[in-house]
Design a protein around this ligand. Structure first.
Ligand code: 5BU
Length: 275
């Protein structure tokens, strides 16, 4: 795939969305394509994990609706840490409703996601109105959106024609707001990429379902190694949750494990540039 042979830093010029540019700049600056997902039960624990892994990651992914102690103080501190430790914030909200509803869910309620999260994601199942509803809120703030083109879980229905139509929906929406996909493969097939003024369309592919030890869990999650994701399947960002925050051995172990995944992801990226 042509995009996978271009260094992250060179791909910056193919983007106009501020969040896409920021992600690629951080990846290049910190030599990391690792995102850590902090799916712990309290905001306080999540911040502890972020302080430990922050130096190793380009992105921190949250599910803020998990926290039993969520307050706006959490997002304030997360934003502060994102500036200090140099990462972007990705609330993995997986919006899935009509445009009007998602624009309210994105801007309002307890979580006010658009006010603090650089990046969020949406299912394509409702049709392009979901992109319009989210972009109305997020684009003026410089936020980015990923569409869910595939999932890591066993038996996912986001395959084949669904995945292809999701790609086309993103392409039709334009890259001012939709900057890429959550997927297991390069869903931006080389033959579908359009060229404008000599510049080929560039999308960021982010893959969850990454583990160096486990192959899956008891609820359908399936893991691949960083190398399988980045070299074999062309992912740009690897997303790791339990493999990092779930490691036993205390604070230092979590930090070391994040570093181990960062190295594995970065070495895989360097390997693919030489293909
Ligand atoms: P894990 O602990 O590394 O299995 O966590 C994976 C995270 O990525 C978790 O927050 C999921 O909600 C998220 N995820 C996923 O695992 N697979 C997918 O296809 C998508 C999201 Br989309």
């Amino acid at each position: 795939h042509p995009t996978t042979l271009i260094p992250y830093a060179e791909r910056i010029k193919a983007h106009t969305n501020p969040t896409a540019i920021k992600i690629l700049q951080i990846m290049d600056r910190k030599k990391t394509n690792l995102a850590v997902s902090v799916d712990v039960s309290t905001a306080a624990e999540a911040l502890e994990v972020v302080r430990r892994v922050g130096a190793s990651v380009c992105m921190v992914k949250t599910h803020v609706d998990i926290f039993e102690d969520f307050t706006p103080a959490f997002t304030e501190e997360l934003v502060r840490l994102s500036k200090k430790l140099d990462f972007v914030i990705f609330e993995d909200r997986k919006f899935a409703d009509i445009g009007n509803t998602v624009s309210l869910q994105y801007s309002s309620g307890v979580h006010k996601i658009a006010s603090w999260s650089d990046l969020t994601n949406a299912h394509s199942v409702p049709g392009p109105g979901i992109i319009a509803g989210l972009s109305k809120i997020g684009q003026p703030l410089g936020r980015g959106l990923l569409l869910l083109a595939e999932m890591s879980s066993k038996g996912s229905l986001a395959v084949g024609g669904y995945t292809e139509e999701t790609f086309k929906m993103a392409q039709e929406a334009g890259r001012e707001f939709v900057i890429g996909f959550i997927a297991q493969n390069r869903v931006d097939k080389a033959e579908l990429l359009k060229e404008k003024e000599g510049e080929r369309e560039d999308y960021l592919i982010m893959s969850p379902g990454v583990g160096l030890a486990a192959k899956g869990d008891s609820l359908g999650q399936q893991y691949r190694t960083p190398r399988e994701c980045v070299v074999d399947s062309g992912a740009d960002v690897i997303i790791v949750g339990r493999g990092i925050y779930g490691v036993s051995g205390g604070e230092a172990a979590v930090r070391d494990e994040a570093e181990r995944y960062r190295k594995a992801g970065w070495e895989a990226y360097e390997e693919r540039l030489k293909l």
